[in-house]
Design a protein around this ligand. Structure first.
Ligand SMILES: C[S@@+](CC[C@H](N)C(=O)[O-])C[C@H]1O[C@@H](n2cnc3c(N)ncnc32)[C@H](O)[C@@H]1O
Length: 423
C-alpha cells in the first residue's frame, strides 16, 4: 500500500485537540493534523500537505460521526475560505473543551507539569462570543474591497463577513473603496466612535523570501516600514477600564475583545490581592498604556510605586497622560530586558508579553528580583506553558491558572497565571 499524498482521502477517528485549531489523528502510524474537525469525531479528510515525513496536513471532507458540539458554521468568511474563525463549527462549550484540552496538554508536554497542575486550569469565557472584536486589521483586495486573508496563501476573501468584529466596524469598512494592497485598520472606541485608517501597501522588496517568513512576521515588518493615514474618526481612540480613561492611537495596542481589558484586569486584581495584599512596589511589564498598573493601584492599598515598562513610544505617551496626576505610576520607555535589571525589586510583577512570551532570559531576571507574586498573562498557550515551566524551575510555581476564552470562534485563548515562590 502506498502512503497517502496530496489530494488523497483518509479515514480518521479518535481525534484529539491539537494546538492551533487542528485536531490530531493517526493514519498508518503517521500523525495527521486535520482542520475543520472536533475531538472524538470520525471523519474523512483530504490531504493538503505531505511534505514532511513525520506528519500530514488535511481538511475535513465528510463527517462520519459528529461531535455533539458541532454546529453549522457561524462565520461566513471562514465558510468562504478565510483563515479567521477556525472553530466556527463548534458551539461555545465545544470550543472551551478544545482549549482546555490543548492547555492541559501543553502544560504537560512543554511546561513539564504533571496532572496535579494541568487538571486545575479554570476556564472563563468572555461574552459575547461573536461580534466581540473592537479592533481589526483587514487586507484590501485588488478591487479595493477589504476582506480577510485566505486560510493559507496570500489571497483575500471579500464579500463574506467575519463573525468576530462588532458590526459597526464592518459596516464602516464595507462602505469604502480602499487602496489595493493596503491594510485597513478599524477600531471602535468605548465611546462608540468608529475609527478607520489605511496602512499603505508595502512596495519594498522584502529582505527574506516570502516562504521563510510567517504572515505575522511579514505584518510586523510591514508595520515598521509603511505609513498610516487616518481616514475617519480622528485617529485617537477613547478607552476606559474602571474609572480610568486612555487616548490610544488607532494603530496602538488594546485587547481585542470588548471586555478583554476589564476581564484580564479583574484576574490580575484577584491574583495580586490574594498573594501580595501589602505590596508597595510593582512592575507592569509589556504594559502598553498601563491598564494593569491602574488595576494594581486600585486593589493594593499600600502600593507606593508601579513602573510600566513598554517599548512603544505612543503607548508610553498615552500612559503618561492618563497617570499625570497619579504619583504612584511611572512609565518607562524601553525594552523589558534592560529595565528589569535596573529597576528596584518589586513585590508584584505583571508580565503580558507578545505571542513569543518571555523566554529564559526575562524569566531569570524576574525570578531573581524575588517578587511575592508574578502574574503572567500569555496570549499563546505554548509560549505560556514554556514560561511557566521556566519559572517553576526557578522556584516560582503556579498557584492558579485561568484560561480566558476571549477569542470566540477561534482556537486562540489567553492564559493568566499567578506564580508564587516555593521558598
Ligand atoms: C500583549 S501587549 C500588552 C499590553 C498591555 N499589557 C495591555 O493589556 O494593554 C504587549 C505589549 O508589549 C510591548 N512590547 C513588545 N516587546 C516589548 C519589549 N521587548 N519591551 C517592552 N515592551 C514590549 C508591545 O508594544 C505591547 O504594547
Amino acid at each position: 500500500m502506498t502512503a497517502p499524498g496530496i489530494g488523497d482521502t483518509v479515514e480518521l477517528d479518535g481525534l484529539r485537540a491539537g494546538n492551533g485549531g487542528v485536531m490530531v489523528g493517526r493514519h498508518d502510524g503517521r500523525v495527521v493534523f486535520v482542520r475543520g474537525a472536533l475531538p472524538d469525531e470520525r471523519v474523512v479528510a483530504r490531504i493538503t500537505d505531505d511534505r514532511r515525513s513525520s506528519y500530514l496536513s488535511a481538511t475535513v471532507e465528510e463527517i462520519l460521526e459528529s461531535s455533539d458540539h458541532r454546529v453549522p458554521d457561524r462565520c461566513a468568511a471562514a465558510t468562504a475560505g478565510a483563515g479567521c474563525c477556525d472553530l466556527s463549527h463548534a458551539d461555545d462549550a465545544g470550543a472551551r473543551a478544545v482549549k482546555n484540552q490543548v492547555i492541559a496538554d501543553l502544560l504537560g508536554r512543554i511546561g513539564g507539569f504533571d496532572e496535579s497542575v494541568s487538571s486545575t486550569v479554570e476556564m472563563r469565557t468572555l461574552t459575547p462570543t461573536s461580534a466581540y472584536r473592537t479592533r481589526v486589521r483587514m487586507p484590501a483586495a485588488a478591487d479595493g474591497a477589504a476582506g480577510n486573508h485566505v486560510r493559507s496563501g496570500d489571497g483575500v476573501v471579500t464579500g463574506a463577513r467575519c463573525a468576530q468584529p462588532v458590526p459597526e466596524i464592518l459596516d464602516a469598512v464595507g462602505g469604502r473603496a480602499w487602496t489595493p494592497g493596503a491594510e485597513v485598520v478599524a477600531v471602535r472606541g468605548d465611546d462608540g466612535v468608529v475609527h478607520l485608517a489605511e496602512r499603505a501597501p508595502d512596495t519594498r522588496t522584502p529582505r527574506h523570501s516570502r516562504s521563510t517568513r510567517s504572515r505575522a512576521q511579514r505584518s510586523r515588518a510591514r508595520q515598521s516600514r509603511t505609513s498610516v493615514t487616518p481616514v475617519e474618526g480622528g485617529g485617537v481612540v477613547h478607552r476606559r477600564v474602571g474609572g480610568r480613561q486612555w487616548s490610544v492611537p488607532v494603530t496602538g495596542f488594546w485587547q481585542a475583545h470588548v471586555d478583554g481589558a476589564a476581564g484580564y484586569s479583574a484576574l490580575v486584581a484577584e491574583m495580586a490581592a490574594a498573594h501580595a495584599p501589602d505590596a508597595r512596589t510593582a512592575w507592569d511589564l509589556y504594559g502598553g498604556v498601563g491598564v494593569f498598573a491602574g488595576t494594581l493601584c486600585d486593589v493594593l492599598p499600600s502600593l507606593e510605586h508601579v513602573t510600566v515598562v513598554e517599548s512603544d513610544a505612543e503607548a508610553v505617551a498615552a500612559a503618561r497622560v492618563t497617570f499625570a496626576d497619579d504619583h504612584r505610576v511611572a512609565a518607562y520607555r524601553g525594552p523589558v530586558a534592560g529595565a528589569v535589571r535596573a529597576l528596584p525589586s518589586p513585590d508584584v510583577v505583571v508580565a503580558d508579553p507578545p505571542r513569543s512570551g518571555l523566554g529564559a532570559e526575562i524569566v531569570d531576571a524576574i525570578a531573581a528580583a524575588r517578587p511575592s507574586v508574578i502574574v503572567h498573562v500569555g496570549c499563546d498557550p505554548a509560549a505560556a506553558a514554556r514560561d511557566l515551566g521556566l519559572f517553576s524551575r526557578r522556584g516560582y510555581v503556579p498557584a492558579r491558572i485561568v484560561a480566558v476564552d476571549a477569542f470566540g470562534l477561534t482556537h486562540h485563548v489567553e492564559v493568566v497565571a499567578a506564580l508564587v515562590s516555593v521558598d
